[in-house]
Design a protein around this ligand. Structure first.
Ligand SMILES: C[S@@+](CC[C@H](N)C(=O)[O-])C[C@H]1O[C@@H](n2cnc3c(N)ncnc32)[C@H](O)[C@@H]1O
Length: 280
């Protein structure tokens, strides 16, 4: 017999939506009610709640909020990413940003710091690492380190492992794929792993962009913060962009997603270089 699916009441939806926006920044307008119900279902079943309203009540009134937050975040975040997503940013980094940053350094070989803020499963961070390491192998004189941060513990586990199904590596240019991926020992699994040489240069850490302060260096050269601000309310977008700017060295670059070209609106510190590329 088919079981009737219990729906979130408007009241419970409003409570959880407020909670999520306050903690994570992600806005959930009424149109997202069904989507949220769908995403919570697995978790609600795993915890044996009769339905979504009871889950929300336990979360808000029953005091399970702190321990449940990490799971709730995994349910509500959209983690879609790709290797070399929005490839023009990687071309800009190679052809313009890195040469400009290096030219501005006076003494000795430079150390570049790159931050993939909201890195999801790490493909953005590893794409940047491949481009930079390739530049070094082709004679550019610099060292680099990459930091990837995200609020979702689930995606960070995948990022740290650096193991991906072969089909998702398709956008990686062939010469880079050959150099920077290893095939899994068990060929039938069809997985590829980022080589240790790149994994050593790429670190991942859990961090909430809504936090008032970020435990990150303040002389980062390039920040990728792409396809996350689109989920935030304008006032939160502005605060996040301002905080990110505090972590850029003078002349550093901020790249946002192609659907987020408006985020500079509130920050007087940013100069727009291209529709989605900014500089302090
Ligand atoms: C759509 S993915 C974008 C991944 C990558 N930047 C890209 O463009 O391919 C958005 C990521 O933002 C993360 N995220 C959402 N809210 C966040 C927050 N408040 N702090 C940090 N990361 C957040 C999600 O967990 C998710 O992995």
């Amino acid at each position: 017999m088919l079981q009737a699916v219990a729906h979130l009441s408007d009241r419970h939806f409003r409570s959880i939506a407020e909670l999520i926006e306050g903690e994570v920044g992600i806005k959930l307008p009424p149109g997202k009610q069904l989507m949220l119900e769908g995403r919570l279902q697995k978790r609600i079943r795993a915890l044996n709640y009769p339905g979504p309203n009871e889950y929300v009540e336990a979360l808000i009134e029953g005091g399970s909020f702190d321990s449940e937050l990490v799971h709730l975040i995994d349910c509500v975040t959209t983690n879609k990413t790709d290797f070399f997503r929005e490839p023009s940013h990687f071309a800009f980094m190679k052809d313009t940003a890195v040469p400009t940053l290096l030219a501005a350094r006076q003494r000795g070989p430079a150390g570049l710091k790159i931050w993939s803020a909201a890195c999801s499963t790490g493909m953005e961070a590893y794409s940047a690492a491949m481009v930079l390491d390739d530049m070094v192998k082709n004679g550019s004189r610099f060292q680099f380190r990459i930091l990837g941060t995200d609020i979702s513990a689930g995606v960070l586990r995948l990022a740290k492992a650096g193991i991906y199904p072969r089909e998702v590596t398709a956008p990686v240019p062939e010469t880079l794929a050959k150099r920077y991926f290893l095939h899994s020992k068990d060929k039938s699994r069809g997985e590829m792993r980022v080589v240790p040489e790149l994994r050593r240069l790429t670190h991942f850490m859990r961090m909430n962009l809504m936090d008032k302060a970020y435990p990150v260096d303040r002389d980062v050269d390039i920040i990728f913060c792409r396809n996350v601000l689109i989920y935030f309310e304008k006032h939160n977008q502005r605060k996040v962009v301002d905080r990110l700017c505090e972590h850029l060295r003078p002349g550093g670059y901020l790249m946002v997603g192609h659907s987020e070209s408006m985020v500079h609106a509130g920050s007087s510190r940013l100069k727009q270089i291209q529709p989605t590329v900014f500089r302090v």
